[in-house]
Ligand binder design. Sequence first.
Ligand code: ATP
Length: 235
Amino acid sequence: MLKMINIESGYEDLMVLHGVSLRVGQGEVVALLGANGAGKSTLQRTASGLISPREGRILLGGKSIGGAPAEKIASKGLAFVPEGRGLFPGMSILDNLRMGGYSRRLRGSKLSGAIEKTFELFPALKDRLGDRAGNLSGGQQQMLAIAKALVGSPDILLLDEPSTGLAPLLVAEVFEKIKQLKASGMTILLAEQNVQQALEVADRAYVLENGRIVLEGPSSVVMESEDVKRAYLGI
Ligand code: ATP
């Protein structure tokens, strides 16, 4: 579904990613792990077109998207939920969900049908459609951000640290939703610092360190790595 090949990317004179290659197959959940500043967000921003890669190729469903603008990539089925969630805090929950259909040009009954469908996974949103998004708790905002991304029926969902800043109970709830999305067949690239829980839901994982992939493999193998245990799992 998504292939990144030898990506070099960064900001003005700061190169962050140094020759990163990664793939996410259809229906897979792939974890992207690494410490603060390792480059997880930069990788997701590059895949979603918010930053243009300096080198390398990016393929979505086999077609080249490297260097394409973010709106174009979103319209081709890649949805990115950034850290900080990318909501419009002054707008209602319903209007935020409507914005989620924009990239796919959804209108009328198609848009309302797509919004209705997100209530299967996020029923709590349905009772609060008129509330301002900014008034929701952190956990509810994260759920809304994912629901908003789902309105466009993406082929792949990029989640940037969805559990950050949430209390443990809400973290568990976010991971439960990710499990349900996986069960529904959604393809997900999940950047996380919550390594244990990310590996429990993911099929495979990549570990980024200073902009380079230092380890990749099935989650069970990555979880058993002595380096991962020491650096991220405190074992
Ligand atoms: P975090 O958990 O902190 O988000 P991360 O693994 O996602 O970590 P990135 O956010 O990709 O890491 O940051 C990688 C490097 O790029 C860091 O050195 C960071 O300071 C730098 N960086 C991130 N965003 C920008 C920006 N907009 N402009 C310049 N440098 C940036």
